[in-house]
Design a protein around this ligand. Structure first.
Ligand SMILES: Cc1cc2nc3c(=O)[nH]c(=O)nc-3n(C[C@H](O)[C@H](O)[C@H](O)COP(=O)(O)OP(=O)(O)OC[C@H]3O[C@@H](n4cnc5c(N)ncnc54)[C@H](O)[C@@H]3O)c2cc1C
Length: 402
C-alpha cells in the first residue's frame, strides 16, 4: 500500500460518508456490526492510517505526531454513522498502543496484517459495574484475572460494553495478575487476544441500547482464554503514565463532531427542501448549530497543536477541555438541528432521530463529571490526574516517578 498525503486520506474518508449514512439505519435496526462499512474502510486503506509509514501505513494519528489528520478522518467516518465511528476509533486507538508499546518482534508480526486490512481491533476494559469500590479502574475493570500458565496466560472474567463483539478480529483485554506485591494499576495488564479464541462467548441479550446499537457492545464471557506470553502488552500503570487516556479523549470529540455535522447538514437540506430557508428565526437557530460545530473544530485544532508542540501538561489539560467541549457543543448543535426541523424530522425515515440518540448514548462513554473535576483542578493549579482515573495521591506518585 502506498502512503497517502493527509489531505488525500481525509478526502477519501469524506467520499465514504454518504455510503456509510445510507447503511446506518439498517445496522441500527438489526443491532448488527457494520461489516460492509469496514470492507470499504479496508479498500480505501483507512484501517492502516495509524500504522507508521516505515511499516507500510499512512503514518497519521497521535502516536505518529499527526493527531489532527486522524481526527478529521474519524469525523468523516462518524458523520456517516456514529456507531461505525466508535468501532473505527477503537481500531485506530489500538494501533496507537501497538506503536507505543509492542516489541519490535510483535510489530513485525502485526503490521503487515494491519496494512493488508486483515485485522479489526478493539479494546475491552469495561466490566459490569462493581458497587463495592469508588476506584474507577476497579469499578469498571477489576474482576477479570490473568493466571500464568506454561507459555502464556489464562484470562477469566466478564466484560461489558464490549464494542465490536463479533466484528473485531483481535481484542485488547484488560485483566489483573494475581501478584499482590504489585499495585492495582501494575497488576492490571493489557493482553492482545484473537477474538476467535476458545473461551470467548458473546451474550447478545445485554446490548439493547437507546443508541449506538451498531457498535454491538455486548457482554462477553472469558473462560480460560489462552494468550501467549508475547501478547502481554503493558500495564494500566504504563498506560496512564504515558497519558494514553488523555490522548484518546479528543478522538471521542472528533466522532461527536462528525455526528453534529451530519445533523447540521441534514437540517440545512431539510429547511431548503421544505422552503423554510428564508425564515429569520430558523436562520438564527441554524447559525447557532454552525457556531457550535466550528467551535468544536477549533478545539480539536488547538488540542492537536498542543500535542504536536510537545507540551505534555498543556496538551493533557486541553484534551480534557476538548472532550468536555465536544460533548457540550455537539449536543447543542444536534439539539438545534432537531429544533429547526421539528417533530416530523424525527420519524424513522430520516436519520436525525438516530443521530440524536446515538450521540446522547455515546457521550456517556466516560464520566464528564470526572473530566470536569480534572479540568477544574488544572485551572486552580491543584495537582490532578489528566487521565481522570486515579485518586489524587496515585496521580502525584505517578508524576513523581515519571
Ligand atoms: C457506546 C459505548 C461504547 C463503549 N465502548 C467501550 C469499549 O469499546 N471498550 C470499553 O472498555 N468500554 C466501552 N464502553 C464503556 C465505557 O467506557 C464506560 O465503562 C461505561 O459507559 C460506564 O457505564 P456507566 O455510565 O453506567 O457507569 P458509571 O461509571 O457508573 O457512570 C454513571 C454516571 O455516574 C457519574 N459518576 C460516576 N462517578 C462519579 C463521581 N465520582 N462523581 C460524579 N459523578 C460520577 C458519571 O458522570 C456517569 O454519568 C462503551 C460505552 C458506550 C456507551
Amino acid at each position: 500500500m502506498k502512503s497517502e498525503q493527509p489531505d488525500a486520506l481525509i478526502a477519501s474518508a469524506r467520499k465514504l460518508t454518504a455510503k456509510f449514512a445510507a447503511r446506518a439505519a439498517g445496522y441500527d435496526k438489526d443491532n448488527s456490526f457494520p461489516h460492509e462499512d469496514f470492507a470499504d474502510l479496508k479498500a480505501a486503506g483507512l484501517l492502516a492510517t495509524s500504522v507508521p509509514k516505515a511499516h507500510g501505513g499512512h503514518g497519521v494519528s497521535i502516536s505518529n505526531g499527526d493527531p489532527l489528520t486522524q481526527w478529521r478522518i474519524t469525523s468523516a467516518v462518524a458523520a456517516g454513522d456514529l456507531s461505525l465511528g466508535r468501532c473505527y476509533e477503537g481500531h485506530i486507538n489500538t494501533i496507537d498502543l501497538v506503536n507505543d508499546f509492542a516489541s519490535d518482534e510483535l510489530k513485525k508480526e502485526l503490521y503487515p496484517k494491519i496494512v493488508a486490512g486483515d485485522m479489526r481491533f478493539v479494546i475491552w476494559g469495561s466490566e459490569p459495574i462493581r458497587q463495592d469500590t469508588q476506584d474507577l479502574y476497579q469499578r469498571l475493570s477489576g474482576q477479570t484475572t490473568a493466571k500464568k500458565v506454561d507459555g502464556g496466560w489464562l484470562l477469566n472474567g466478564v466484560k461489558a460494553f464490549a464494542t465490536s463483539a463479533g466484528g473485531a478480529t483481535h481484542v485488547v483485554i484488560t485483566a489483573a495478575l494475581e501478584d499482590v506485591t504489585l499495585s492495582a494499576l501494575e497488576q492490571q495488564q493489557w493482553f492482545l487476544a484473537d477474538a476467535a479464541s476458545p473461551g470467548i462467548s458473546i451474550d447478545e441479550s445485554w446490548w439493547h441500547s437507546l443508541g449506538m446499537r451498531a457498535t454491538v457492545s455486548h457482554k462477553v464471557g472469558l473462560k480460560d482464554v489462552f494468550v501467549a506470553d508475547r501478547y502481554r502488552l503493558f500495564s494500566t500503570e504504563q498506560y496512564l503514565g504515558r497519558l494514553w487516556q488523555a490522548k484518546f479523549i479528543p478522538h471521542f470529540s472528533a466522532s461527536f463532531l462528525g455526528a453534529a455535522t451530519a445533523a447540521y447538514e441534514f437540517a440545512c437540506g431539510y429547511l431548503r427542501q421544505r422552503k423554510k430557508a428564508d425564515d429569520p428565526v430558523l436562520q438564527n437557530l441554524i447559525a447557532q448549530a454552525r457556531v457550535a460545530i466550528d467551535l468544536l473544530d477549533a478545539h480539536l485544532v488547538a488540542t492537536a497543536h498542543s500535542w504536536t508542540a510537545g507540551n505534555r501538561d498543556e496538551a493533557a489539560l486541553r484534551s480534557n477541555i476538548c472532550r468536555a467541549a465536544g460533548e457540550q457543543l455537539s449536543m447543542e448543535a444536534v439539539a438545534m438541528a432537531v429544533r429547526v426541523c421539528g417533530a416530523t424530522a424525527l420519524l424513522e425515515q430520516f436519520p436525525l432521530g438516530r443521530i440524536q440518540r446515538d450521540l446522547q448514548t455515546y457521550v456517556r462513554h466516560e464520566s464528564i463529571d470526572r473530566i470536569l473535576t480534572a479540568i477544574g483542578k488544572g485551572c486552580l493549579g491543584i495537582d490532578y490526574d489528566p487521565n481522570f482515573a486515579r485518586s489524587d495521591h496515585q496521580a502525584r506518585a505517578a508524576r513523581a516517578a515519571d
